[in-house]
Design a protein around this ligand. Structure first.
Ligand SMILES: [Zn+2]
Length: 266
């Protein structure tokens, strides 16, 4: 168990990944390779403990993906798991080439989540190590939410209504936030708790920091083939509202933003 000690008061009770039990289980031992990186060969077999997850972004992402797969296999059994790619510099995807400048994104064509580590460095810089880890997991959960939407059809529906505060595009983003919240609610409170429960203030700052640096511009390069991040994500209040609705219920069925009367109905 890794519990942060010796951190300043402001960083107390923040995110600590708690991988208990057999770390091989938690970190996806025996399953498919869930995180790969084109930047350098990282031996993910070395990700064994919560301390590894706290220290290394690759191990955090691996643990996060194992947890997301576990969560969504139960919540949405028909959806095959997503994979995540960590990259720096440039990466080729079926949605086109992307540079680090685009921020995290999900490519529906190859069904992979792309996460550039420089984006994560920005988050860490803005939020500190532990707040940054929450931000990273939120981003991962949000992108995994787009993967779920790729199978429910929500992602495609968003393409038909691209702009405006009540548009399908906004609703898809808010639903992905709600899905991220539902997962993080589960792993903060459930039996297999992975996280120390964050405060609402920590959640708020993680979401706003991620949004501030995370609006990717890949849409300009590969129109229509990438999740609609560059349209709007909804207001910060709406994002937090839907995230919290997911977080408090830990139930993705509470995340039907697409059919909500208004995006304000969180
Ligand atoms: Zn998104």
């Amino acid at each position: 168990m890794a519990v942060g000690g010796g951190v300043g008061a402001l960083l107390l009770a923040v995110i600590v990944l708690l991988f208990g039990g057999d770390p091989g289980d938690v970190l996806g031992g025996g399953g498919q390779q869930q995180v790969s990186t084109n930047a350098q060969e990282v031996d993910l077999a070395q990700c064994r403990t919560g301390a590894d997850a706290n220290e290394f972004v690759d191990c955090r992402m691996k643990g996060g993906m194992a947890s997301l797969e576990n969560y969504w296999t139960r919540a949405s059994p028909d959806t095959p798991p997503a994979t995540a790619i960590l990259f720096t510099g440039q990466v080729d995807t079926q949605c086109g080439a992307a540079s680090s400048a685009v921020g995290p994104f999900y490519c529906p064509l190859d069904r992979q989540i792309y996460l550039d580590t420089s984006f994560f460095n920005q988050l860490q810089g803005q939020l500190g190590a532990r707040g940054g880890s929450l931000g990273e997991l939120y981003v991962l959960g949000h992108e995994y939410g787009h993967h779920i939407q790729n199978y429910t059809g929500a992602l495609q529906a968003s393409q038909q209504s691209r702009s405006g505060p009540e548009s399908g595009a906004v609703r898809v983003e808010l639903q992905a936030d709600c899905f991220a919240g539902a997962w993080l609610g589960e792993v903060s409170r459930g039996q297999d708790a992975l996280l120390e429960p964050p405060t609402e203030e920590q959640i708020r700052s993680a979401l706003s920091a991620a949004a501030a640096v995370g609006d990717d511009s890949i849409q300009e390069r590969v129109q229509g083939q990438v999740t609609p991040h560059t349209w709007t994500h909804g207001s910060s209040e709406q994002r937090t509202g839907w995230f919290m609705r997911g977080y408090q219920s830990a139930d993705p069925n509470q995340c039907d933003v697409l059919n909500a009367g208004s995006v304000e109905d969180y």
